[in-house]
Design a binder for this molecule. Structure first.
Ligand SMILES: [Zn+2]
Length: 768
């Protein structure tokens, strides 16, 4: 009994093991791991026939108190329940509470002290800034207090009656908070103080209690704001009154409703001119005008009114230090989008040259690759950071004191503007849940950013997108690499994981796996299907396959669900020729091979020694003189009989002079990828062969394939165009290629702080 039980166990363990291997096949169906399709989200990746989403409309009036650095607001929210579910309670996000002294953001920050600590590090151990919303009241439409519970960065509001499907509920909230200094304690919004004039630039976001998303796939969003995973927000219409010092200029989500009250006549006229300009921006408020405002410092206030339709959020910027320019971008539908920038004099050398042009360029190319920009304005604001909101974003780029800038600052400035304006599409319009999946907005956006950068100038130095730029990350320590499908808060190496890798993956799909035509159509289809809706990862995976007719289950699985890397290696290359069967040809070939081949050292050195046969030739006989490599009459007769037995087709095959190259390939990194090979022939010509990834479907680790070539091959390169992110290219050449690089004896004595513009000036002085 015992024995047979043991046998059974062993047997079933073996079976499980074999089962597991088969289940680990990289080509197994992905649908078993994705959520089941339903009437809200279809198996094709499109919104279903019963798709629904909630709506939240806001009327807000807000006062920016410059002296106190406080924001005081009063909002009325109308929340419409378009779901089929009755809602007993509503959840709001209080994202400012992440800055409260007792917030979990501080508590969950692991810390340790080494030999020394920076001031900022010490401050973060004992947060002193009194941030967070101070909620003054929550009332219903009749002014009666509403029951509400604050749970850290969220607030539950309980309407008096259950909110039935199709019903709306209107309520109001009054609050205020202390605005954070972004230079001292960081943040996606806040103020920056400038000395010696002691004026501030305010970039204001996450500034009002906002409705959480309630959706078919998540219910109420219930992940607290810890600081990294960004936002999940509901679409709606906004009417916002912003009261600021009267000499401030305000840029905002939405369209300005009262220009006559807040802009002077010159500014209004310049704006009209700017709408007609499509190449060079027009200055709306000049450098000198900003300097004058900085000196005068108004005491009274003005109220700017903005309306925005169908946006998921609302942000604004305000300062008396702003310089402002604008330019019209003509759209396919005949509308003009106003591309605009506001910046401070410290960034003037860069901003006046690039910002608004970069905004216009982004509006044009993102519209090309996704959907047309649907809003009337697109702002880029000098906020000394990179952060995005509908129609407005905060960017960086400052000049050095001599008004030069480094190459890195220049491309960082242009790149961040393209990126942050690009966020209008991902996630502001194609509205994924950032709190869950950073890659769905950052990765997709970084991909279109790369395409857009490449339309800016030839050889634009894009940091992320090209396959060979991801290899050092993907080939690194696996303990520090999360799969892309990881929640925003738990990701190791945030930038490479959520920005660069998904952007690279999409680029590889476009260039190598699907081709540009199929990819571009499918990516546009995804953008159109999910514009102004809430897509999930499965909706993207399914749509790209559905619209292109390409099975990408293996690709999503490998690139998005594992931390494997790509390392394809070319093993043995055998050059084979079909035997003619003709004894005269084949025996002669064998003789030449023997003669050309290497010889045993003993035979070489013994060539001239005296042997017995030299002294006594009588020991030689038939075998001593027989030459097996000379064809005789019988060989020829056999060959003739063989030829007579062949059909004409078979004879033709024998007569070709093709080269058969049998190549073995190994997948050492785990990620299966297409095999791209470049053959260089002895006559100097080249040919590229592309083998789809499915060649690995039965044997994901090792395969061999025979290539038939008329010409003789001189060399073969695997991945000749750096397109599959192969981390080890030393095994990609036949014959193997030694990699030569140089090393320096001494470190060059570069002037570390000097940028190239300054060096050019110095070189000019040196030369003269
Ligand atoms: Zn981003």
């Amino acid at each position: 009994m015992k024995k047979s039980l043991l046998f059974l166990c062993l047997f079933s363990a073996l079976c499980l093991c074999a089962q597991e291997n088969i289940n680990n096949n990289p080509f197994r169906q992905l649908n078993t791991d994705l959520p089941s399709p339903n009437s809200y989200r279809t198996a094709s990746g499109a919104p279903g026939h019963e798709y629904w989403q909630q709506k939240a409309d806001y009327k807000i009036s807000v006062v920016l108190k410059d002296a106190e650095r406080q924001l005081h607001g009063d909002e009325t929210i109308t929340y419409t329940n378009n779901s089929p579910d009755p809602l007993r309670y509503l959840w709001l996000q209080l994202d400012q509470n992440m800055r409260a002294k007792d917030s979990d953001t501080h508590k969950i920050r692991a810390s340790s002290l080494g030999g020394r600590a920076s001031g900022r590090q010490l401050q973060s151990l004992q947060p002193a800034f009194d941030g967070g919303f101070k909620i003054e009241h929550v009332k219903d439409a009749d002014g009666k207090d509403l029951p509400h519970v604050i749970n850290k960065t969220m607030m539950r509001v309980d309407p008096p009656q259950t909110l039935q499907p199709g019903q709306s509920f209107t309520f109001s909230i009054k609050w205020w908070y202390n605005i954070n200094n972004t230079r001292e304690i960081g943040g996606r919004s806040g103020y920056e103080n400038f000395q010696p004039d002691d004026n501030n630039v305010y970039v204001i976001a996450q500034w009002f209690p906002r409705m959480c998303v309630y959706s078919d796939n998540e219910g109420w969003q219930n992940k607290q704001f810890l600081g990294r995973g960004e936002f999940a927000l509901v679409f709606g219409d906004y009417e916002v009154d912003i009261t600021v010092p009267s000499d401030h200029l305000v840029a905002s989500t939405g369209l300005l409703q009262n220009p006559d009250n807040v802009l002077n006549k010159t500014q209004r006229n310049r704006l009209k001119e700017a709408a007609k300009e499509h190449i060079q921006p027009v200055t709306i408020a000049t450098y000198d005008e900003a300097e004058a405002r900085m000196e005068d410092r108004a005491e009274d206030t003005k109220t700017w009114t903005f309306h925005a339709k169908n946006v998921r959020d609302f942000a604004f910027a305000s300062s008396r230090r702003f310089i402002w320019d604008a330019m019209g971008v003509p759209m396919a539908n005949g509308e003009t989008v106003m591309a605009q920038s506001m910046w401070v004099k410290e960034g003037d050398c860069l901003w006046k040259k690039y910002s608004t042009k970069a905004v216009a360029h982004t509006v044009k190319w993102y519209s090309h690759y996704t959907i047309d920009y649907p809003y009337p304005v697109a702002w880029s604001i000098d906020g000394s950071m990179g952060m995005e909101y509908p129609m407005i974003c905060f960017n960086y780029g400052r000049c050095q004191e001599d008004s030069t800038y480094s190459e890195r600052t220049k491309y960082g400035h242009i790149g961040v503007i393209i990126h942050e304006v690009g966020h209008n599409w991902f996630p502001m319009i194609i509205n994924s849940d950032e709190r869950q999946w950073t890659w769905m907005d950052e990765g997709l956006n970084t991909f279109v950013q790369y395409l857009t950068e490449q339309h800016w100038e030839h050889n634009y130095p894009s940091r992320r997108g090209p396959a060979d730029k991801i290899t050092s990350y993907m080939g690194g320590d696996k303990d520090r690499i999360s799969p892309i499908m990881t929640n925003s808060e738990s990701i190791h190496q945030f930038g490479p994981n959520a920005y660069a890798k998904p952007a690279t993956a999409l680029n590889i799909l476009r260039e190598t796996v699907m081709g540009r035509e199929l990819f571009d159509m499918a990516f546009k289809e995804y953008s159109e299907r999910w514009a102004f809706k809430h897509p999930t990862p499965a909706d993207l995976f399914r749509t790209l396959e559905d619209a292109s007719g390409v099975d990408l289950d293996w690709f999503w699985r490998g690139w998005f669900y594992t931390n494997d890397h790509v390392d394809l290696a070319m093993g043995e290359v055998q050059n084979l020729k079909l035997s003619t069967g003709n004894p005269d040809v084949e025996k002669d070939l064998m003789r030449r091979n023997q003669e050309d081949g290497p010889q045993d050292i003993g035979s070489i050195r013994n060539k001239n020694i005296e042997t017995l046969a030299d002294a006594d030739p009588s020991i030689l006989d038939f075998y001593s003189k027989h030459d097996p490599l000379t064809a005789d009459a019988i060989d020829r007769q056999d060959y003739q009989n063989y030829m007579n037995s062949l059909s004409d087709k078979e004879k033709a095959l024998l007569e070709d002079d093709n080269n058969y190259y049998q190549i073995s390939f190994e997948n050492r990194g785990g990620l299966v990828m297409p095999i791209v090979l470049e053959f260089e022939y002895t006559d100097g010509t080249k040919e590229v062969e592309r083998i789809p990834a499915e060649i690995w479907r039965l044997h994901p680790d090792k395969i061999t394939k025979v290539f038939v070539k008329e010409k003789e091959v001189k060399s073969i390169t695997l991945d000749p165009f750096l397109e599959i992110a192969d981390v080890d290219r030393s095994n990609n050449h036949y014959p193997p290629k030694p990699e030569v690089s140089r090393f320096d004896l001494f470190k060059q004595n570069a002037r570390a702080s000097e940028n190239k513009m300054q060096r050019a000036k110095r070189a000019k002085r040196t030369g003269s």
